[in-house]
Design a protein around this ligand. Structure first.
Ligand SMILES: C[S@@+](CC[C@H](N)C(=O)[O-])C[C@H]1O[C@@H](n2cnc3c(N)ncnc32)[C@H](O)[C@@H]1O
Length: 369
């Protein structure tokens, strides 16, 4: 028997090295399969987090404090071995800590995953990807050029939980945006919030400015969320609610100091987005400002995976939804007649274009309504 070779896998090594295979030396190294595994695991990662939310894992740990599996098993009402497997998955995602078999909330979980966390996303997790079944039919959606069951078939069913889930983040963003936009310094601004959802922008502006008033638009059923949020934030007496389709409702021209298009353009396609921008322009007084929030991609659609995948999410579940580049939006905003265009990012991943309707508007080039 020959001496073992100095290698952990002598047999493999013998047959696989270039020298033994008789191939010429090359520095080509096969790429790792990690990106493929990352995509495969993506599904499991998402459902591990969703199950943890559904089982109240984070809220339970907030109540118990650091706890071992038997205590958590009792508190949550699930068998210890299954629960441990799930929690270890959550730890693997970096969303919980575990030391010496004791599980504990980490800072990420405390901020984003407990239901009363300061930036909670707990209610967003189930709804953010859109209807889950649409992902299982993605190839067919691409082939057909539209999803079999787009959210437009029953928009309220999708948007009511969505805007509940996004409110905390958008409200945080809108509150922070005052540093850049200074609605607090405006004299009695009149605000129009189109497709307002829970109205995080309008409510934030009213918070910052006691003399501000707002018209809040959304589909009739979704407006109930805005009403509830406005009541909770004690600004409902300064809001007029305007139900209906933002493409066709009557909007008084030259009336508003601020028009908000908050995450409404990307479901509307290029034409629809330009139509909304043109409507905003018409609604504003000279020197009034547009705030347009969305997820924007870089010119080559690859430097910002978050925005790129948001576009794929739109494609999977809406009829016309895609994300667009910063450049496309800036061109559309300028073409509508706006000037003084700038981009702000009050909190991470949340960007808005802010632009001004000039005193003597240059002739808008397209899509006036
Ligand atoms: C992604 S949410 C954004 C909510 C809010 N503006 C924000 O920034 O958080 C999109 C909103 O647009 C509303 N919406 C969709 N189509 C609409 C339409 N045709 N007319 C009015 N609102 C619409 C939805 O109901 C939903 O509330």
């Amino acid at each position: 028997m020959s001496e073992p070779r100095d290698s952990p896998y002598p047999e493999l090594k013998k047959t696989h090295t270039m020298a033994h295979a008789g191939r010429p030396w090359t520095d080509y190294k096969p790429p790792p399969s990690a990106p493929v595994w990352a995509a495969i695991e993506g599904l499991g990662r998402y459902y591990v987090l969703l199950a943890a939310i559904e089982l109240d894992v984070f809220d339970t740990l907030q109540q118990t404090g650091p706890a071992e599996i038997d205590q958590l098993s009792l508190a949550i009402g699930a068998p210890a071995d299954h629960l441990r497997s799930l929690l270890d998955g959550v730890v693997a995602l970096g969303l919980l800590d575990q030391v010496n078999d004791v599980y504990e909330l980490n800072d990420t979980a405390k901020r984003y995953l407990v239901s009363d966390g300061p930036a909670t996303m707990a209610d967003l997790i189930a709804v953010a990807p859109g209807p889950h079944e649409n992902w299982t039919r993605l190839a067919e959606t691409v082939r057909q050029g539209r999803p079999a069951t787009p959210i437009e078939d029953d928009p309220a069913a999708f948007y009511i939980p969505l805007v509940e889930g996004t409110f905390t983040t958008m409200y945080r963003c809108a509150m922070r945006a005052d540093i850049k936009i200074r609605y607090s310094a405006m004299r009695a601004p009149r605000v129009l919030d189109l497709g307002a959802g829970g109205a995080p922008w309008a409510i934030s502006i009213l918070h910052h400015n006691d003399a501000a008033t707002a018209v809040v638009n959304d589909l009739p059923e979704v407006l109930d969320v805005a009403r509830r949020k406005a009541e909770e934030h004690e600004v409902i007496d300064r809001i007029e609610f305007l139900p209906g389709d933002f493409h066709s409702i009557d909007i008084e021209p030259d009336e508003y100091d601020i028009v908000v298009l908050g995450h409404v353009c990307r479901t509307e396609g290029a034409e629809g987005a330009q139509h909304l921008i043109a409507r905003a322009f018409d609604a504003l007084r000279p020197e009034g400002r547009l705030i347009l929030a969305d997820y924007f991609t870089d010119p080559e659609r690859k430097a910002n995976p978050h925005a790129v995948l948001m576009g794929t999410t739109m494609m999977a579940s809406t009829v016309k939804g895609f994300t667009f580049t910063h450049q496309q939006f800036s061109e559309w905003i300028r073409a509508a007649g706006f000037t003084a265009l700038r981009l702000i990012e009050p909190i991470g991943f949340q960007q808005q274009f802010v632009a001004t309707k000039p005193r003597s508007p240059s002739q808008p080039q397209q899509h006036r309504s």
